[in-house]
Design a protein around this ligand. Structure first.
Ligand SMILES: *Cc1c(COP(=O)(O)O)cnc(C)c1O
Length: 222
């Protein structure tokens, strides 16, 4: 099973770069994957998954959670403020905190409900206009403001530009996290997770290398 191969590659890279073997978490990205593949991973004992859309996650994970109460689900895609209330109940972590409006919405919900999952600030390390995430130069002040709102920040997340060496982006993310005292680094996907581990990733988000190609027609593509 590909899941096992990916786990082996992660452990091998941890050993190669002198990190504790077993210290990198694998977030199996299950967006647009057939349910039987997700069940295959659950049956194999995997419990940490990532989804990039609230609606899609709401359609499949509540039922699976009943069967596997110990699973953990991360939101890794953009969150609209009008879906924030739904998201704080559905996800065990939100990795896409990317703007003041969303920080304010989550803070208000936390005040009202007492609930907010651990949060990752998404940084647009490539400063790409079409991508979400705070700009690297704005990251420190955004993190400070989110802390002032008493949001439970745990780390940073990034998606490097497709056409650039990802290691530079991973290193930048690690630097911003270190100077802000944030421990978790969510970085690296199917094509570059080994490079992310070398730069200190604490979790890698791997979809197609674990599950195979996505069925883009499930929700009309990305
Ligand atoms: C889809 C997705 C991934 C996984 O992508 P693969 O290339 O299939 O590993 C990782 N992170 C985010 C934010 C995604 O949307």
């Amino acid at each position: 099973m590909a899941l096992k191969d990916v786990v082996e590659r992660i452990r091998k890279e941890e050993a190669r770069v002198g990190r504790d073997v077993g210290s990198t978490k694998l977030i199996a990205v299950s967006k647009l994957q057939p349910l039987e593949r997700i069940r295959g991973a659950l049956n194999a004992g995997h419990r940490l998954f990532g989804e990039n859309r609230v609606q899609e996650a709401a359609g499949k994970w509540p039922a699976l959670r009943k069967e596997y109460p110990d699973l953990s689900l991360h939101l890794i895609g953009p969150l609209q403020t009008n879906k924030a209330r739904q998201a704080i109940r559905l996800f065990d972590a939100i990795e896409s905190l990317d703007r003041p409006k969303l920080a304010n919405a989550l803070a208000r919900l936390q005040e009202e409900t007492g609930l907010c999952p651990p949060l990752y600030v998404q940084v647009n390390t490539g400063e790409e206009p079409q991508k979400t995430g705070v700009m690297p130069l704005e990251a420190d002040s955004f993190i400070a403001e989110s802390r002032r709102l008493e949001l439970p920040l745990v780390g940073l997340m990034c998606i490097p530009p497709l056409d650039e060496e990802p290691s530079l982006h991973f290193a930048l993310l690690a630097k911003i996290a270190a100077r802000n005292g944030l421990k978790e680094l969510s970085m690296g996907m199917s094509g570059d997770f080994e490079k992310a581990i070398a730069q200190g990733a604490t979790s890698v988000r791997v979809g197609s290398a674990v599950f195979g190609d996505r069925i883009e027609s499930i929700s009309g593509g990305l």
